[in-house]
Design a protein around this ligand. Structure first.
Ligand SMILES: NC(=O)c1ccc[n+]([C@@H]2O[C@H](COP(=O)([O-])OP(=O)(O)OC[C@H]3O[C@@H](n4cnc5c(N)ncnc54)[C@H](OP(=O)(O)O)[C@@H]3O)[C@@H](O)[C@H]2O)c1
Length: 267
């Protein structure tokens, strides 16, 4: 199937590492011009060059999305690179490093998580969505997490801030009603990235397990997945690419669980 992404212009926030790299690769492979974004210049340039080497049109935007200035500059460089952005993937973010148990996580860490997950996405949306609306077509895909709808007992900063992101994203789909611009979420489960590897290593140490593979297997049973493997970055990127396509014109205001069955739902 032709996903009709040739000539579309995409900004993938947080595409210097992890899931964002795969999303940028897949959008580029389908013919979109892609702006790779990160805070770390070297890492971001390296990913951009890898994608450019496949023959795709690629630009780079650098900046911290937790400040108005940083987010404004990222949006401006992305628009300047290709003359506009049609597809915005709000992927940057994650759990805050200072987060601990429900009662011990500092309030500052909780606020920081809202800032880097929810508010960062809002900043880019406010900068880029009005022009999409004027052109009559656009895509906003926000990356949340399974923990937003299937909360865990820990990380009280993370799941709630991503739940706010889902709520914001669905409200936005109503604010953009009949404009040709859609707003959807993708909620990944446990996905194999550097961050997951670090987490599983700590998990194995704390429980006296022999290896990351054993930690992975214990973890999989504990979280109630119905698919018997950890997710891969491509699993998320396929869904994002589909939602970014004009083929998904009729999909709006939804939250797609790409989580191996952690969050079964009838709606
Ligand atoms: N991995 C999983 O299992 C999993 C599961 C569910 C949901 N998710 C969500 O999926 C998204 C990607 O996760 P990941 O594991 O692939 O992350 P990752 O490997 O840690 O990469 C995070 C990316 O976001 C960028 N970033 C982080 N904070 C930023 C900020 N304040 N301003 C600008 N850029 C920022 C990083 O840029 P730098 O290069 O500058 O560091 C990097 O490109 C996140 O929103 C995460 O919450 C991940």
């Amino acid at each position: 199937m032709d996903l009709q992404l040739k000539g579309r212009r995409a900004l993938v926030s947080g595409s210097s590492a992890g899931i964002g790299v795969a999303i940028a690769h897949h959008l580029a492979a389908e013919g979109a011009a892609v702006v790779v974004h990160g805070r770390d210049v070297e890492r971001t340039e390296r990913v951009a060059q890898q994608i450019r080497d496949t023959g795709a049109e690629v630009a780079v935007a650098i900046g911290d999305l937790t400040t108005e200035e940083g987010a404004g500059s990222v949006a401006a460089s992305a628009v300047a690179a290709f003359g506009g952005i049609d597809i915005l993937v709000n992927n940057a973010g994650g759990a805050h490093e200072g987060a601990a148990s429900w009662f011990d996580t500092p309030i500052d860490a909780i606020l920081a998580s809202y800032e880097s997950n929810t508010v960062a996405a809002i900043r880019l949306i406010r900068s880029l969505a009005p022009a999409m609306k004027e052109r009559g077509w656009g895509r906003i895909v926000n990356i949340a997490t399974a923990a937003a709808v299937t909360p865990t007992s820990g990380q009280p900063d993370y799941g709630p801030s991503k739940a706010a992101m889902i709520n914001m994203s669905l409200g936005l789909s109503k604010a953009l009603r009949s404009s040709g611009v859609t707003s959807n979420c993708v909620s990944p489960g446990m996905v194999r990235t550097q961050g997951l590897n670090t987490y599983l290593t700590e998990f194995a140490d704390q429980r006296g397990l022999d290896s990351v593979a054993e930690a992975e297997s214990v973890m999989l049973k504990g979280i109630g997945q119905t698919v018997g493997r950890v997710g891969e970055v491509d699993d998320i990127a396929y869904m994002v690419t589909m939602l970014a396509s004009p083929r998904s014109d009729f999909v709006n205001g939804t939250n797609v669980h790409v989580d191996g069955g952690i969050s079964p739902s009838v709606n």
